[in-house]
Design a protein around this ligand. Structure first.
Ligand code: UDP
Length: 491
C-alpha cells in the first residue's frame, strides 16, 4: 500500500547504534527529497538523537511527505537489561553478558516489526544487514527488502573474497602473518591480526552466517557510496559477488545548510557558532580534526599520547573525547587544556562534535579517524585527507581503501584488531606526530593527497546532483519500486 498520492512508501530500520542510525536517517531524507513517503523505525530511547534532524527536514517544507518516525517499544526487561539500555553506548564495553542481552532484545523486536509491516504494507523496507529476521518478515508479506550495510563496497568485496577462498582457515587468529585477498581488482594484503577473532565471541559466526544468508535472499543492497569512488568494487560487487546494488551516497550531503549539519546525530556538546568562530580564525587547511566515532572511549594513557603528539606539531587541532575510559580525573597532561585554549591552538570537545560541520570548514586540512565508514566517507566528501587509525569492525579494510586504493591518507601504524573494551597498544605521541605531520606538512606527498582528496570530493558532489551517478541510481531504484507495485496491482 503506497501513499494516497501514489508515491511509494519505504520503511527504514537501522541497527540500534549511532553509526547505523545516522546514515539511515540521511537515507530516509534522501528518498523523501525525491517524493517518496518515508518512515524511520527505531526505539524510544534512540528517538531523541534523531528527532531534531527529522523535524528540521520536515520544517523545511520542501518535502512532499513529512518523514514519519515509528517507535517499537524496546524489550529491555524481557532481555534482562536495565531500562534505557537501547544502544551499545549505554552498555559498559567489557560487559559481554549485557552485550549478548542487547542483541537478544533486538531479536525480540521481530514481532512488533511484523505487526507494523502488516499495518503499513509499504512498497519496500530498507533494513540493516544486522537485522536478518527483517528479511523473513518482509518476505512473508511479499514486501521487497533492501539491505543497508553502511559500509564500503570495498569491504563487502574483500569479505566475500575471504569467505570464498576460506583464507582464515589456514592462518591462526592474532598472527602477524599477512595474506593476499584473492580475486579483487587491486592487490590487497591484510594481516590476520587486523581481522576479528570470531572464537572470542561464541555464536558470532552463526549470526553473521544468518545475516549473509538473509542478504542473499533480499531484493538488493542500498550502498552509502558513489560509483566514482570505488568503481572497480561496484562492478565486482555486481558481477562477482552477484548482488544488485544501488549506490546512492554520500548520504550526508542531504544535510545542506549549517542547521542541518549541526543537528545531525546527537546533541552537540559545543555551541556550533563557537566552534565555527574558532575555525574562522584559522588559515585554510591548517587544522587537524581528531575524532574516533560514536562508540570508542579513549583510555587515559592514549589521550595523553595524542596530546603530546599534537603539542609537538605547529598544527592547530580539534580533539573530540567522547568519554574517558579509566578513573583518573587528570586525563590530560597537567595544564594542557588551559594552555592550548589560551594560545587558541586547540579546541577540546568533550562529548558529541558537529562532525560534518567541522569537516566542511575550509580551515580543516586533516582528519585523524578510526575509519568507521561514515567518517571515511564524510572525510572524502569534504576533500580532507586522513590519518587512519583503525580499531575494530571493518575499519582495517576501510583503511586499505583510503591509504592504498584512493591514496588520500596515511596510516598511524596500528596493526592489531582489538574489540571495543579490549586492551590495545597505546600509540605513542611520536608516531602520531609523524603521521599527522605527513598529511599536514605541505610537502609533495601531502599536496598530492590533498589534490586527490579534493578531486574525490568534487566527484562526490557531482554524484548527488541532478544527473549525477547517485542521483540517477536512486531514481532508478524508486522507479523500479513504483513499476513493481503497478505490476503487483494488476496480477
Ligand atoms: N559523529 C558526530 N560527532 C561525533 C562523533 C561521531 O557527528 O562526535 C558522527 C559521524 O559524523 C558519523 C557517525 O557519527 O556520521 C559515526 O559513524 P562511523 O561509521 O564513522 O563510526 P562508528 O561510530 O559507527 O564507529
Amino acid at each position: 500500500m503506497g501513499s494516497a498520492t501514489g508515491d511509494p512508501h519505504i520503511l527504514f530500520f537501522p541497527f540500534l547504534a549511532p553509526g547505523h542510525i545516522i546514515p539511515a536517517v540521511d537515507l530516509a531524507k534522501l528518498f523523501a527529497s525525491r517524493g517518496v513517503k518515508t518512515t524511520v523505525i527505531t526505539t524510544p530511547g534512540n528517538a531523541p538523537s534523531i528527532q531534531p534532524s527529522i523535524d528540521q527536514a520536515n520544517d523545511s517544507c520542501s518535502l512532499r511527505h513529512p518523514i514519519a518516525l515509528s517507535l517499537l517499544p524496546f524489550p529491555a526487561a524481557e532481555a534482562g537489561l536495565p531500562a534505557g539500555c537501547e544502544n551499545p553506548i549505554a552498555i559498559p564495553l567489557t560487559n559481554l553478558d549485557m552485550r549478548a542481552r542487547f542483541v537478544a532484545a533486538i531479536e525480540l523486536l521481530q514481532q512488533p516489526f511484523a505487526r507494523l509491516l502488516r499495518e503499513l504494507l509499504p512498497d519496500a523496507v530498507v533494513t540493516d544487514f544486522l537485522l536478518p529476521w527483517t528479511q523473513d518478515v518482509a518476505a512473508e508479506l511479499a514486501v521487497p527488502r533492501l539491505v543497508f550495510h553502511g559500509t564500503s563496497l570495498f569491504f563487502l568485496c574483500a569479505s566475500h573474497s575471504i569467505d570464498r577462498f576460506k583464507v582464515l582457515e589456514s592462518v591462526p587468529p592474532g598472527s602477524a602473518e599477512s595474506f593476499v585477498l584473492h580475486g579483487l581488482p587491486h592487490r590487497i594484503e591484510m594481516r590476520r591480526s587486523q581481522i576479528q577473532d570470531f572464537s572470542k565471541m561464541p555464536g558470532i559466526m552463526e549470526f553473521y552466517d544468518r545475516c549473509k544468508n538473509s542478504e542473499e535472499r533480499s531484493y538488493g543492497v542500498v550502498a552509502n557510496s558513489y560509483y566514482e569512488l570505488e568503481p572497480d568494487y561496484a562492478e565486482h560487487y555486481r558481477k562477482v559477488v552477484g548482488r544488485r546494488v544501488w549506490n546512492v551516497g554520500p548520504v550526508s550531503f542531504c544535510n545542506g545548510n549549517e542547521i542541518e549539519k549541526s543537528r545531525r546525530g546527537d546533541k552537540t556538546s559545543i555551541d556550533c557558532n563557537q566552534c565555527l568562530s574558532w575555525l574562522n580564525t584559522k588559515k585554510p587547511g591548517s587544522v587537524v580534526y581528531v575524532c574516533f566515532g560514536s562508540m570508542y572511549k579513549l583510555p587515559i594513557a592514549q589521550i595523553r599520547e595524542i596530546a603530546l603528539g599534537l603539542e609537538a606539531l605547529d598544527t592547530p587541532f580539534i580533539l573530540v573525547v567522547r568519554d574517558v575510559r579509566g578513573n583518573d580525573s587528570d586525563w590530560l597532561p597537567q595544564g594542557f587544556e588551559d594552555e592550548v585554549a589560551g594560545r587558541e591552538k586547540g579546541l577540546i570537545i568533550r562529548g558529541w562534535a558537529p562532525q560534518i560541520l567541522i569537516l566542511n570548514h575550509e580551515a580543516v586540512g586533516g582528519f585523524v579517524t578510526h575509519c568507521g565508514w561514515n567518517s571515511c566517507l564524510e572525510g572524502v566528501s569534504a576533500g580532507v585527507p586522513m590519518i587512519t587509525w583503525p580499531m575494530y569492525a571493518e575499519q582495517f579494510f576501510n583503511e586499505r581503501l583510503i591509504v592504498e586504493v584512493l591514496k588520500v591518507g596515511v596510516g598511524v601504524g596500528v596493526k592489531e584488531y582489538a574489540d571495543l573494551g579490549e586492551e590495545r597498544r597505546v600509540v605513542a605521541g611520536e608516531e602520531i606526530r609523524m603521521a599527522v605531520g605527513r598529511v599536514m606538512d605541505g610537502g609533495e606527498e601531502a599536496e598530492e593527497m590533498r589534490r586527490r582528496a579534493r578531486e574525490l570530493a568534487e566527484m562526490a558532489r557531482r554524484a548527488v546532483e541532478e544527473g549525477g551517478s547517485s542521483y540517477v541510481e536512486l531514481g532508478e531504484l524508486i522507479q523500479e519500486l513504483i513499476e513493481r507495485r503497478k505490476t503487483a496491482g494488476t496480477e
